[in-house]
Design a protein. Structure first.
Length: 195
C-alpha cells in the first residue's frame, strides 16, 4: 500500500493505531471535527476530561467562554490526579495552539507518562456540516474557518513533547480509526509519531 492515504484505499477496514495503555491523550481539532464523539467511542467516560463539561460545571453553560480559566483549572486538576494514580487521561479540548499543547506535554512529563496527540482534521466542509448538526453548541462559521486554518498552520509536532502523533486527515480516517491500547505501540502506529 506504500504511501497511500486511508481515503485512497478501496476498502473500509479499520485502521489500527496503538497507544500506551497508560498515557495522556491530547485531542486536537476545531469545533465540529468530532473530538467528543471520537473520545466517547474509544475511551471510558471516566477517562475523558472535557473542557466543555468543566465550563458547564462552573457556570451551567458549556458555551460560556468567560469561565474558561476556571474550567481549565478543573481539567488540569483532574488530569493530574488521574496521572498521579496511573490512569489514562484524555483531554477533550480544541488544543489548536502549540502553547496549549505544550502545557499538557509538560504535565505529562512531570508525571513521567507518554503524551499522545490525536489530531482530528477532517477539513472545513466536514467541520461546518457537523457544526450545523449541533444547534445547541454551534460556532460562528467564520470563527470555525479561522480555527481550521490555525490547525493547518500550526499542527502538533514531536518537538512539543509528544511521544506519538496520530493525525486523522479526513472524515474517512476518523471513522475508520481504531484505537488499541498496548504496553508499547508498534508498527504503522510508530510511524505516526511526528506525522
Amino acid at each position: 500500500m506504500g504511501d497511500q492515504t486511508a481515503d485512497e484505499r478501496d476498502d473500509d477496514q479499520p485502521i489500527n493505531h496503538s497507544i500506551p495503555d497508560f498515557s495522556l491523550v491530547v485531542l486536537v481539532g476545531a469545533p465540529g471535527s468530532g473530538k467528543s464523539s471520537f473520545a466517547r467511542k474509544w475511551f471510558r467516560p471516566t477517562e475523558i476530561i472535557s473542557s466543555d463539561h468543566a465550563r458547564a460545571l462552573v457556570s451551567d453553560d458549556e458555551r460560556d467562554q468567560s469561565v474558561s480559566g476556571d474550567a481549565f483549572d478543573i481539567v488540569r486538576l483532574i488530569a493530574e490526579r488521574r496521572l498521579k494514580n496511573r490512569r489514562l487521561s484524555v483531554i477533550d479540548a480544541t488544543n489548536l495552539h502549540s502553547s496549549q499543547r505544550r502545557f499538557w506535554t509538560q504535565i505529562g512529563h512531570r508525571w513521567k507518562v507518554d503524551v499522545v496527540a490525536i489530531v482530528l482534521d477532517p477539513g472545513l466542509d466536514a467541520c461546518l456540516e457537523w457544526n450545523d448538526a449541533r444547534p445547541d453548541r454551534r460556532v460562528d462559521p467564520a470563527i470555525l474557518a479561522r480555527m481550521v486554518e490555525e490547525l493547518g498552520e500550526q499542527p502538533p509536532i514531536e518537538d512539543e513533547g509528544f511521544r506519538f502523533i496520530i493525525h486523522l486527515r479526513s472524515r474517512n480516517e476518523i471513522v475508520r480509526a481504531s484505537i488499541q491500547r498496548t504496553s508499547k505501540p508498534t508498527g504503522a502506529d510508530a510511524a505516526d509519531a511526528g506525522a
